[in-house]
Ligand binder design. Structure first.
Ligand SMILES: *[C@@H]1O[C@H](CO)[C@@H](O)[C@H](O)[C@H]1NC(C)=O
Ligand SMILES: *[C@@H]1O[C@H](CO)[C@@H](O)[C@H](O)[C@H]1NC(C)=O
Ligand SMILES: *[C@@H]1O[C@H](CO)[C@@H](O)[C@H](O)[C@H]1NC(C)=O
Length: 680
């Protein structure tokens, strides 16, 4: 195969991974491939191009003529002289690049970027067409026995390719200047005129909200991957497009397709402690967490260094690694990235994919900042004065804008979007309610956002959605919002004091989807950090529910989160009693022995320790019955986190003490004999 297939979706724009045909390829194969390639390029005739129309058309035309020439050689089975093979090989390489360039020019979502890169694109066209000319120069046309007419055509193409004036189309140039003038206005803090924006979008044939959104998505991808020096300009263009999306398009013509990108956020709530985000080797936040065969997770670069140094054991457990496979821990990665984005922490700049995090605190450029401020005002106005449809669209717009960007969030909050969003929670319209609560969820991640929600009586409104939301989705989003709000100490009490909150969360855990259950559990965990709420959480019947989830769920994260909540509740006496009453020690022991999650193990140990501390000898006696507990506890003392290991040691001491006193009494022989070898 001469033509290697490249996945068009993966190829970066303006990157041309063309492959030179290998020297041993037969002339016939080379010719055949060149014909296919030329036909392929011909297909771009019918593709839509917003810019570079003339240059593309000319390139396609020239190659179309050469195709006639290739086909003549092929049809008549002419023998190719050696220099002709050389020329064709060069043409093949160049045509591949031309095809990539045409692909880029017609790429979905890339219209604005291609326009703004006109100069570079034109240079590419120029270089490639000149290369075609040079290749044709060495073609020994006279010794090739082709008909005179075709020969003339080829000579004409060669001449044109040599001399062609390849320049920026004047219309493209005008459009580009307009965009630059708008960016300039933004930078000066002047709001651009509707007509100018509309003209630019019309020129690029960006006709709908979703066309516009495609441009934004494309620019965001570029932004993540681009070189440092391009970031400000890309940010400005993003600001421009986001502003256009909000201002120009009133109708949301978007079909479900994107639900994943607004919804995935819901999946990553967790009771995990940010300390678990650190690599056990480097102690830094993990950029690319990977799990090794022992089930331990490390940052990829640290563990790679470790393996490279010739080690074959797991650095934390000392166990031999059965293989060197590093499995990406994508859930943890998501959590870490979200944690960083939410808290404005920047990860070290080693991975190229980290820019989305590192860059979220500050606007990417002054023009982007002003664009965001202007659009926030439009958004705030629409939430109050818009039609029903506009309100729905605007709330959705806020979800997108506030998704991962701290600067955006603060602009939207400052523009006063929170009070009208809170009003929309009482809407009887399912979409509006869902979009409003989801927008509030995003804004609640911001410290100031939480404050404004609470100051405007928003806690009750959010709880109302939790309890009586029109859809399950709205309810589970409300639960997630409560989790974020409860990260502020003082609000935990306020939220708990609203009578309906905790029972409604328990209902959600009962009826929800896996995602809804998780949000419910995590929100209760957040509330239970305030001691005054624990009794309420227990009274609502949470403990049997959690035990049921732990016993029956197949979702590891949900189990770990449930254990986290259970461990918190076990700290108070009623919690201990409920756990003992349910005879749940065998279940917890089983999880302690089977879970691969360090956090999960730690929670199990915490639960035992709290129960034994609160429940006294009676509880210890129950635990001591199962002889396998002791060895599990020992392994936690060596493998577990520092915290877990400490707790396990306390438990072991308690158990030993219990055995000493009871063996002097009635005794529990089997146990002491078997385990005494381990005693220090
Ligand atoms: C707001 O944040 C999004 C996502 O991070 C970003 O793509 C967008 O450009 C930002 N909006 C503006 C106007 O800068
Ligand atoms: C919700 O609002 C949208 C936008 O105004 C409207 O098209 C839709 O019919 C409404 N749905 C209901 C159930 O009222
Ligand atoms: C309301 O917003 C949702 C997006 O969450 C969208 O799918 C729906 O079409 C919108 N409804 C109207 C009438 O605009």
């Amino acid at each position: 195969m001469i033509q290697k297939k490249f996945n068009e979706v993966d190829r970066r724009i303006f990157y041309f991974p063309a492959v030179r045909p290998c020297e041993t390829v037969s002339p016939a194969t080379l010719l055949g491939s060149l014909i296919v390639l030329s036909q392929n390029i011909g297909n771009y005739q019918s593709k839509f191009l917003a810019t570079q129309r003339r240059n593309s058309r000319e390139a396609i035309r020239k190659i179309g003529i050469l195709l006639v020439f290739f086909e003549e050689i092929h049809d008549r089975g002419l023998i190719l002289p050696e220099t002709a093979v050389l020329c064709f090989s060069e043409l093949h390489l160049t045509f591949q690049k031309i095809r990539f360039l045409l692909e880029d020019c017609s790429r979905e979502g890339a219209r604005l970027w291609i326009l703004m890169k006109s100069e570079m694109v034109v240079t590419q066209f120029r270089v490639l067409i000149r290369t075609v000319a040079t290749a044709l120069d060495i073609l020994p046309l006279n010794s090739m026995d082709i008909c005179g007419e075709v020969m003339e055509l080829v000579e004409l193409v060669a001449k044109q390719a040599r001399k062609a004036r390849i320049e920026i189309d004047p219309n493209d140039e005008r459009a580009m200047r307009r965009v630059l003038s708008v960016l300039d206005l933004f930078e000066k803090g002047i709001e651009p005129e509707f007509q100018v924006l509309k003209w630019v979008l019309d020129y690029l044939e960006i006709k709908t909200w979703s066309d516009c959104n495609k441009e934004i998505k494309f620019l965001e991808e570029q932004w993540v991957e681009s070189e440092e020096r391009e970031v400000p300009f890309l940010s400005s263009l993003l600001g421009f497009m986001c502003y256009c999306r909000v201002r120009i398009f009133d109708t949301l013509d978007y079909q479900n397709a994107d639900q994943t990108d607004v919804r995935c956020n819901m999946e990553v709530l967790s009771c995990l402690n940010p300390e678990d985000f650190r690599c056990p080797i480097s102690l830094e936040l993990m950029i690319d967490p990977v799990t090794v065969s022992t089930g331990q997770t490390y940052d990829r670069s640290s563990i790679q260094k470790w393996l490279k140094a010739g080690h074959t054991i797991c650095p934390k457990t000392g166990e031999k690694l059965t293989n060197t496979e590093l499995v990406p821990n994508t859930n943890l990665r998501k959590l870490i990235h979200q944690f960083c984005a939410d808290n404005g922490v920047s990860l070290a700049k080693t991975g190229k994919k980290t820019r989305d995090i590192a860059r979220t605190i500050l606007p990417g450029s002054p023009a982007a900042a002003e664009a965001m401020k202007f659009l926030s005002r439009i958004v705030a106005r629409n939430l109050v004065f818009g039609t029903c449809e506009q309100k729905n669209k605007t709330a959705y717009e806020i979800r997108l804008l506030a998704k991962a960007n701290i600067f955006n969030r603060s602009c939207l909050i400052e523009a006063g979007t929170i009070p009208p969003l809170l009003n929309l929670l009482y809407s009887f319209n399912k979409s509006i309610q869902e979009n409003a609560i989801a927008a509030l969820l995003k804004l609640s991640k911001h410290a100031n956002g939480k404050k404004i929600v609470v100051e405007n009586g928003g806690l009750r409104s959010v709880v109302a959605v939790l309890k009586r939301g029109i859809s399950l989705e709205a309810k589970q989003t409300a639960a997630a919002t409560i989790f974020y709000l409860s990260s502020v100490k003082g609000y935990r009490r306020l939220i708990g004091e609203i009578d309906e909150t905790i029972p409604a969360l328990v209902d959600l855990i009962k009826e929800g989807t896996p995602c809804g259950k998780k949000n419910g559990v995590v929100a209760l965990f957040g509330l239970a950090l305030y001691h005054g709420n624990r009794q309420r959480v227990i009274d609502a019947g949470t403990i049997p529910l959690l035990l049921h989830i732990i016993a029956s769920s197949n979702k590891d994260e949900l189990i770990v989160d449930s254990l986290a909540l259970l461990a918190t509740l076990a700290e108070c006496l009623d919690g201990t009693l409920a756990i003992l009453q349910a005879s749940s020690f065998p279940l917890i022991t089983r999880i302690l022995q089977s879970t691969t999650s360090q956090a999960g193990k730690e929670h199990c140990v915490s639960i035992f320790l709290s129960c034994c501390t609160n429940g006294g000898d009676e509880a210890v006696a129950v635990l001591a019955k199962d002889t396998s507990v002791m060895s599990s506890l020992y392994s936690v003392t060596t493998d577990g986190t520092a915290q877990a290991s400490k707790k396990a040691r306390s438990l072991i001491k308690m158990l030993h003490k219990f055995h000493e006193t009871s063996s002097s009494g009635q005794g529990c022989q089997a146990f002491t004999n078997e385990q005494s070898v381990h005693v220090w």
